[in-house]
Design a binder for this molecule. Sequence first.
Ligand code: NAD
Length: 475
Amino acid sequence: MNLHTNLFIDGQWRPGSADARFDVVDPADLSTIADFAVATEQDCMAAVDAAATAQDAWAATAPRERGEVLRRAYDILTAEVEEFAGLMVRENGKSWTDALGEAHYAKEFFRWFAEEAVRVPGDYRLSPSGDKRIVVDRQPIGVSLLITPWNFPAAMATRKLAPALAAGCTTILKPAEETPLTAAYVVEVLRRAGVPDGVVNLVTPVPPGPAVHRMLDRPEVRKLSFTGSTEVGRALLHACADSVVSTSMELGGNAPLVVLPGADLDLTVEGALPAKMRNGGAACTAANRFYVHTSVHDEFVARMDAALAKVTVGPGTDRAHTLGALVSVAERDKVAALVETAIADGATLVRGGRAWSKGAFYDPTLLTDVTHGSAITMTEIFGPVTAVVRYDDVEDAIRMSNDTVHGLMAYVFGEEREAMAVARRLEAGMVAVNRGVVSDPAAPFGGVKQSGLGREGGFEGVLEFLEEKYIALTA
Ligand code: NAD
């Protein structure tokens, strides 16, 4: 595999100006798989310069041509999908199924936005007085800083790069320190697909804060699209206020999964398993708290336990393993501490609860008798832990589901009309009804409350990188 381990600025792969490097670690065996260039503030300023210089020409490039670059990137990733997935297995600790699933999901954003590039809507209206015309034009917002997390290192990058490029914006991608290799792979694919110099840049400042703030201070940077924790997102919103930079924020979640009385338990467990276990639970959409009606509670727990018993844990390099490692030992220990606290708070450990001593693995875990309001129901677990709270009254399940500052994702399982009625009352940007996985490039992805601002994917995704301009005409 031809790994890129340097910065990408103005069409060139190059080391950082201070020549410093940081290690990229395989969380399955804690070996170092590469070292990656540290970007200095000077490198980050060079990336802003390159993006700013390329902006006008890229905005003026025909939408069809921009779309064709994205389509070629899709074709390259399709041909290389297994190699791409293999890299994520190593860098992120994913199981093979999760890595391959993400590789497919990630490349679909290139295809979707290749198609959206030529469908940017405008508007032409008659003023109420009848003697004037209102033209609403949509123009690229400008240089866009894209910051991504480690849990979906490919898809979070393509979900931002593709709409930004389709809209005619130039970009600076700043991936998580844990997963720069996957981001570099995506950037190299775009270079091979023919993206002009300066249109896509990649920087990895460590620590990220000071350099990101410097970039946001540059007047040429007009957009911040961030995916990550609510805590960092909040700090970046403050930073963006100073220079009134437009923001799209995809932040943390704390998804409830509600099992209603009368739910079809075959369908429920079939959906609940990926809702919880996709990406080892390290998904912003992961079901974090299970509210299960007392009439189906014991049967649901028994079936979920049986389903978790079939999960096989180990490195994704063995494709038979269905649960990989967490991204780091620190993340594994965070999950272990949450489980210990839950048990101390009165939860019953039905299965799992074991952190591996070698590698960042944590066994699939099932807790019952969890109390709503305890730490495990109020914290994004980000690991393979199913925490079940029993309830008697559906009104209580709705109240507990909404009792969080987050509002990204929610799941409801039950008879469809009843489930739809509950879905409408849940405070979340996305609600899955009798389904366990919702991510789809054609759908608007995003949260309410402290889970975010704006939407990615769907028809909406490209609009985040466009600004309306009103042109006033006479009749
Ligand atoms: P994080 O907030 O720690 O880091 C995200 C990114 O921000 C990384 O690139 C990191 O280097 C950068 N960063 C960290 N501190 C910064 C600072 N002070 N200034 C500028 N940049 C900074 O999140 P993470 O641990 O990488 O990812 C997990 C989080 O991401 C979870 O909360 C998860 O829910 C969230 N997430 C949300 C979505 C969504 O679509 N809503 C998708 C995936 C992940």
